[in-house]
Write a protein that binds this ligand. Structure first.
Ligand code: ADP
Ligand code: ZN
Length: 731
């Protein structure tokens, strides 16, 4: 990277654009020159595109042909730290840098000068006559000191029509001004009093704050059982970062969670932080992007891509629920937000807090190896104690066909209903039934475009493919044999379980929580609040409920199928089951009543089930670590998944075979290649998928070897290749 910071008019600069080219393009610096990192608009053929001044031009062509940068945009230039970060992520994930730039500029209208809108303040003039309505408007403006309102806000606050306000403007009693639409975020005050901390919490806070004050990079794994106050603790680290005048970012896995979280931030710091997620409007996104860059947003709460916002001085990144698989992005750039948070912080001298009740084995191992500091919160806040965990041995239960709630679980739920407490029945499957079978011909209804079954969603009265999202109406006749009335659901999903619960407990009020049942995050939040207030006797939920919601009246968790995720081809199957079961169980007994978790299982002796029940977490991790070490798989070895896809299976396999034969660059670093084999989901959206797996020793330069390995490939027509470094999901 160049050290030249400024380019005079006419000097050649290299501009990185988000266009799919594998290099930067040379342009002449515009009138007035430009800084390194400046966001610019450049001509590309007949178009104008966004770019960033990446360094001095490469030259080597007829300079009289060089075109000029059209204009420099009115936003803060990209900081060097960000350019380094994007470059490193590109190298790590084997992503072309232009795709990285797209990630870093995910806000529309960056080039526009901020649009203006009218705002209203108290003026100096006196109205010719006073009416009640006019008095109210002036009172509102006086009550709020110097604050400005939009016309709509002011009219609403005062309970008047906008013409009343306009009338006052004419008289000079109210002042109308133009103001940029992207306003700074309200100031967060770290010195407002926080909660009184327990001894455990205070000790963790003082370590985190001391780390924060060093101003240097460092990562801490904050492990604490659900309800131990991890959030309270890391908010104090945020406070310390803010006190030092630095910015903080809190990453959350699930947008549904942000609402509850924002309320807590507001209670602690007196105002709401900036929010960044896919549900935000374009205007909101642009405001966040700009204000973060100007330093006028102290705290951002967001989804994984918030990591690519142009922070001016990022001092802390919190990754909450750090084990959550949604931190891994699996389309476009394949990156792990957790790992890249550590990378970004190392570059800019920020602290990282990875918070979880059930950390990933990766983070656990990094703490064991001394790379991360580890802090434990061992007890739940207040009187709350961890739930008692017990198996229900399904081999011994008398089950009616087509039912999934065992007599033992039924009895436990009944007890709770009688005591006015809540129960949660957990099943990690959306829809009514995972399989729809024709009893005449034996065929299961599959997606036309994917190698996957269609899942019945009775609420929607449709079949849905969970791979590609395709839906179709539930047919009356079998699509294979044409026989009518023989289609039958097989196995339970959340909707079917709810049906069983309604029949079994007719006196109970039942609420369902599944990500697909709510049109918006707001509707989901409302439902969660209702449940938390006690407005349900039985909650039936999918994975969604495992994530950090507080239900104080909940004292029983029944896991319908604890064996469900135990047997995957996935190397993390045991880890995932362990995490999920413990997270779900952690929902019970959060207030003053003790909770119980009952796990329905056909294999109570399975080592993972035993580890879950005994609560011996360290034991589980040690055993899991030893197993992975012996197999040489992550985090004790490196892996990459290569997926080739195309409309015809033959050519896809041909390339896969050629790659497997020409594996010299991999062998040089001691890596092995497995496959090609049909990917676990062999067809998605009509494309056949073939997978190769690369396994390498821990320290091996796997990216470099893979880059050399795939460089000679010429993919014809519609063939695609994607590389996933450190794959999390094998599909
Ligand atoms: P975690 O993030 O570990 O699940 P939380 O921070 O959400 O835990 O805390 C669980 C509940 O206990 C929350 O309602 C929180 O407000 C409350 N709580 C935790 N610590 C304290 C404290 N020191 N004082 C008052 N309330 C607390
Ligand atoms: Zn499909």
């Amino acid at each position: 990277m160049s050290t030249q910071e400024y380019f005079d008019q006419g000097e050649l600069v290299a501009v990185l654009t988000a266009q799919p080219l594998d290099r930067t393009l040379d342009y002449k610096a515009p009138e007035g020159g430009c800084f390194l990192g400046a966001f610019v608009e450049v001509p590309l053929g007949p178009r104008k595109v966004l770019g960033v001044v990446w360094g001095p031009g490469q030259g080597g062509f007829d300079l009289s042909k060089a075109r000029s940068v059209i204009r420099v945009l009115e936003v803060a230039p990209m900081r060097e730290e960000m350019r380094v970060f994007l470059g490193r992520v590109a190298d790590y994930t084997l992503t072309p840098t232009p795709a990285m730039l797209r990630l870093a500029t995910r806000a529309p209208g960056l080039g526009d000068s901020p649009s203006m809108r009218k705002i209203y303040r108290l003026g100096k003039g006196e109205p010719d006559r006073m009416t009640d309505a006019r008095t109210r408007v002036l009172e509102v403006l006086r009550d709020y000191g110097g604050l400005a309102f939009t016309l709509k806000e002011l009219a609403e606050q005062a309970g008047v029509t906008s013409s009343v306000v306009k009338g006052l403007v004419k008289q000079g009693a109210v002042r109308e001004e133009d103001s940029p639409r992207d306003l700074p975020y309200p100031h967060l005050d770290p010195d407002l009093p926080g909660k009184t901390l327990t001894e455990d919490q205070a000790a963790a806070v003082s370590k985190l704050q001391a780390g924060q004050r060093t101003g240097d990079y460092g990562t801490t794994l904050l492990k604490g059982v659900t309800g131990s106050g991890k959030t309270e603790v890391y908010l104090e680290a945020v406070a310390e970062a803010l006190r030092m005048g630095r910015q903080a970012l809190v990453l959350l896995p699930e947008i549904a969670l942000t609402a509850e979280f924002l309320t807590r931030v507001e209670a602690r710091f007196g105002a709401c932080p900036a929010e960044w997620h896919s549900g935000a409007t374009m205007t909101e996104r642009r405001r966040v992007w700009r204000m973060v860059g100007q330093g006028d947003a102290q705290l951002v709460v967001g989804a994984r891509s918030a990591l690519f916002l142009p922070f001016r001085d990022l001092g802390l990144v919190v990754v909450d629920e750090e084990h959550d698989t949604s931190y891994k992005q699996e389309d476009g750039v394949h990156y792990s937000a957790r790992d890249m948070a550590v990378l970004r912080s190392a570059i800019c001298g920020a602290r990282v807090i990875l918070a979880s009740a059930t950390p990933s084995l990766e983070s656990w191992a990094n703490a064991e190896a001394g790379k991360y500091e580890r802090l434990d919160l061992t007890s739940r806040f207040g009187a709350a104690v961890l739930p008692e965990m017990k198996p229900i041995d399904m081999r011994a239960e008398q089950m009616q066909p087509g039912t999934w709630i065992s007599p033992s679980l039924r009895q436990a739920v009944r007890q709770r209903i009688e005591r006015g407490e809540q129960s949660l029945l957990f099943i990690n499957r959306r829809g009514y039934a995972p399989v729809t079978l024709c009893r005449a011909c034996g065929q299961q209804i599959a997606c036309d475009h994917c190698d996957a079954r269609m899942v019945e969603h009775r609420f929607l009265k449709r079949l849905m493919c969970h791979q590609c999202g395709e839906t179709k109406p539930m047919p009356d006749t079998c699509p294979s044999c044409g026989v009518e009335g023989k289609l039958a659901p097989v196995g339970p999903g959340i909707e079917r379980l709810a049906e069983e619960a309604e029949a079994t407990f007719p006196e109970a009020k039942i609420a369902m929580l599944s990500s697909d049942l709510f049109g918006s995050a707001r509707a989901l939040k409302a439902k969660i609040e209702e449940i938390a207030d006690g407005d349900a006797d039985i909650v039936i939920g999918t994975q969604l409920v495992a994530k950090g919601h507080n239900f104080p009246k909940l004292t029983l968790v029944g896991v319908i199928d604890a064996d469900l995720s135990l047997h995957g081809a996935d190397l993390r199957a045991a880890e995932r089951t362990f995490q999920l079961m413990r997270q779900v169980a952690g929902r019970a007994g959060r207030a003053d009543k003790p909770g119980q978790a009952l796990l329905q299982t056909f294999q109570p002796e399975h080592p993972v089930i035993r580890a879950i029940l005994s609560g011996d977490e360290e034991g589980f991790w040690k055993a899991e670590a030893a197993g992975r070490q012996a197999a040489g798989v992550p985090p004790y070895g490196r892996m990459a998944g290569i997926v080739l896809s195309g409309p015809e299976v033959g050519p896809v396999f041909d390339i896969g075979n050629a790659m497997a034969r020409n594996d010299a660059p991999l062998r040089e670093i001691g890596a092995q290649v497995f496959g090609p084999a049909p990917a676990p989901i062999a067809r998605i959206r009509g494309r056949h998928r073939v997978r190769l797996l690369v396994k390498a020793p821990k320290g091996a330069p796997i990216q470099d070897a893979i880059a050399r390995w795939i460089a000679p490939l010429r993919l014809k027509g519609d063939l695609r290749l994607t590389v996933d470094i450190d794959p999390q999901n094998f599909y």
